[in-house]
Design a protein around this ligand. Sequence first.
Ligand code: SRM
Ligand code: SF4
Length: 573
Amino acid sequence: MSSKNETIKKESIGLRGAIAAEIDKGIDHFEERELQLLKFHGSYQQDDRDLRRERRKAGLEKAWQFMVRSKIPGGHLSSEQYLVHDRMADELSNGTLRFTNRQGIQQHGVLAGSLKDCIHRINTCGLTTYGACGDIVRNTMSCAVPIEDPAIEEARLLAKEISETFYARSRAYAEIWLDGEKREIENEEHDDPIYGPTYLPRKFKIGIAVPPFNDVDLLTHDVGLVADVQGKRIVGFDIYAGGGMGMSFGNLQTHPSLAQPLFYVRRNQILDTLKAIVTAQRDFGRRDDRKQARLKYLVRDRGIVWFRNEVASRLDFAPTPHKSIQLGTVDDLLGWSHQSNGFSFYGLWLPDGRVADTSLGRYRSAIREICETFDPQLTITPNANLYFSDIPDSARVSFYQILQRHKIPDATTFSRARRTSHACVSLPTCGLALAESERVFQTLMDSLDSLLALLGIHEEPLLIRMSGCPNGCARPYNADIAFVGKAPGKYSIFVGGSHRGDQLASLWKKSVSFEEIAQTLRPLLETFVSNRLHKETFSDYWHRTSPNTKFAKNSEQFHTEQEETETTTLVSP
Ligand code: SRM
Ligand code: SF4
């Protein structure tokens, strides 16, 4: 039996439902069918969770509002496109912007009456929100580093091509938000050769890495492409399939996965190959249970060999074996770097992608002034930081003075761990949050920075991430150390991923209160410092010494705490 979302999609008349009619009525929130369809248009219905209790007591409805997500392939945008978002932050949303860790921009707090204006403005500046959410190919990520490198540029252009290839063909979006003319819609679903009438079973994510950079965190995507660069051009791709982070606590059928090697194809074969992969997931992905509907579960249930054969059978050429092209870490290049003759780029660290003027720094004012003064190209990174490129070398001093005037901290004084760390949005906007994340993460990182400095591992490659619930938006399960919200003020701690993004962590502590996180980690880090082999990273040390590595790599590692596993092992015959 299909899930209710399948019926909603099928009966939606090409993703239209009654969205336009409801907006015309002046509603302040949508009912179930329209709010599910709205996701395909790039918006989530939310409410301000800080106000829930007070409003309930006062007998009021929830404080309805919307999150609007701009889809930016490869995270690359112009200063003018950014400034359009900056203006909307004051005029239509909550005064802040949120760079996402898929290189998009989110606005929160948009009211139903402003949705059309907001989406219209995003399109007018040449971006879109169509397909930023929903059961469809989402924003395609690509290596963000803005060094002068034809391969990185080519990857970015490919991200755009992928976006265009998998753009939904229904005219619903144009009609509802852009005043596009209505046209005959009978049998329109057959216009969409890729998605058909029920789209994909679930969201679908693609990322492109250009070695040695792994900023896109390649193995966490449904499909990851590693560029094979020869003579500065991309000649082909190693393809990985079946990555994903989400799980539900206690449900062993759900778990994070790293993508597995599929095969290698030449550059000119990549779009056909992606179509074959996406349509295989469309046809075989589960539609009866949304918790089992991602590509990672199809690959798990049928096996990578079956999936490889299924995809190959949809191609009119034969893919060749995987090449195992090596990737580096997920770090961004923060601070100044040389870009090309006479030009530099600057990597700006942001607290979890939040663009706001706060006591942490006047980020919004600083970015606005830089865009207005230098008109740089911008690239949002997969760690939700920001690169400014095309800055004349001669302007470095005045650029830096803007950062100083707006009290932007010098991220090079932070631990290396903090420079790459990320926390998801969570409260007060995320309807699924079980605990705080973004709002408490910098406080936690203050204490972890002090601990790392005290132990002399301030420059250690440690990937630290926090998610407010097990859905894992911050990609916690391949981090060295991750905190995953369990209940208000309580977190599970996962340990054992890697700065290279190529290892899965396992559950280390089931529930630790926020205040106790740093002291809980201290003995672990102290033992690492005392017992590590020469230059051994934390990840390598963990995998050499942890009992967790002794039990089978299956879903249990994410649901059962280490001590519990050891006990289980002892009593087992
Ligand atoms: Fe996510 C749902 C925020 C990247 C896995 N994610 C959500 C929602 C929309 C909550 C909801 O469904 O009501 C969150 C909105 C919060 C808010 O108030 O803004 C949300 N996800 C985010 C962002 C903004 C987090 C961030 O810190 O930047 C990221 C937006 C990216 C974008 O521009 O598209 C974001 N989410 C991710 C990632 C990381 C990635 O894509 O690289 C993951 C893990 C990778 C994966 O997909 O497996 C991720 N989000 C999820 C899941 C779990 C999916 C699953 O397979 O189980 C959900 C819940 C769901 O889909 O049911 C979710
Ligand atoms: Fe919300 Fe959970 Fe994603 Fe955080 S991890 S943004 S709490 S869905």
